[in-house]
Design a protein around this ligand. Structure first.
Ligand SMILES: Nc1ncnc2c1ncn2[C@@H]1O[C@H](COP(=O)(O)OP(=O)(O)OP(=O)(O)O)[C@@H](O)[C@H]1O
Length: 252
């Protein structure tokens, strides 16, 4: 379906194809009860994530970013509300379906790389490709993050940024439809963080992987299609960037 914008000035006509919604989040709450303490981590969150987009999630500590990301990735379930993925209701899915969803459709990248120290970069990636239905070759995944010449190195022989790029290669090697990243540059310095963000932007562009990145760093927001800001368990703003900056241009 196409929509025409600016119809009053024919020279300014632009044709935009609205993207399909990959995730629909409706009225999602998450409440943790621990003894007498109740924490409302998410309060009636509504959100759509569209195919192929790159979103950044901002917000103070404790605002619910990780809780939302974990629910999107099927690592956690909401207390109430609904999450659909391609129209399939994840909140009604049984454990087996949710495990298949995670295994086939979602790549995760966390702040700490969680690589196995006794395995090389290639072997760390192969752990995932061995169990995925249509994986890329570990070498291809590593080349996509510019580590083609380091495939036989062990994690201890790689810098923090390189290890994070191995983690990204591992996450994308199964060709997931969505890549969920929780503070992927949180443990890295400015320049190294940029290389990791460049790898994420490249994957998003080349493979069309819908990508959501949690960060405390507002400077990163400029590379996103949309910036979602959370506070106290709610989404307070969703802002679209008319122009995206490449990670190399970011300042923070
Ligand atoms: N397993 C849990 N049990 C109890 N409370 C939890 C649990 N997980 C998260 N919370 C609480 O839910 C709220 C939201 O946490 P969440 O980790 O989603 O926030 P965040 O925005 O990702 O924070 P940060 O930026 O510090 O990682 C916080 O108050 C947190 O303490």
């Amino acid at each position: 379906m196409f929509s025409l914008e600016s119809p009053s000035d024919p020279t300014q006509l632009t044709i935009t194809a609205p993207r399909d919604s990959l995730f629909q989040v409706r009225g999602v709450t998450k409440t943790y009860v621990m003894g007498e303490v109740t924490v409302e981590a998410l309060r009636a969150v509504d959100l759509d994530l569209y195919e192929g987009e790159f979103v950044v999630l901002l917000g103070p500590s404790g605002s619910g970013k990780s809780t939302l990301l974990n629910i999107l990735g099927g690592l956690d379930i909401p207390s109430s509300g609904q999450v659909t993925f391609h129209g399939q209701d994840l909140t009604a899915a049984n454990d087996r379906t949710l495990t298949r969803f995670r295994r086939e459709s979602v790549g995760f990248v966390f702040q700490f790389y969680n690589l196995i120290p006794s395995l090389t970069a290639r072997e760390n990636v192969a752990l995932v490709t061995d169990i995925a239905p249509h994986p890329m070759h570990p070498r291809e995944a590593l080349e996509r993050v510019h580590l083609g010449d380091r495939i036989n190195h062990f994690p201890a022989q790689l810098s923090g940024g390189e290890q994070q790029r191995v983690a990204i290669a591992r996450a994308i090697a199964k060709r997931p439809q969505v890549l969920l990243c929780d503070e992927p540059t949180g443990a890295l310095d400015f320049q190294t963080g940029k290389l990791v963000l460049e790898a994420l932007a490249q994957v998003n562009q080349d493979l069309g992987t819908t990508t959501a990145v949690i960060t405390h760093n507002a400077g990163i927001a400029a590379m996103a299609d949309r910036v979602i800001t959370m506070r106290s368990g709610e989404i307070v703003t969703v802002q679209r960037n008319e122009q995206k900056e490449s990670p190399g241009e970011l300042e923070w």
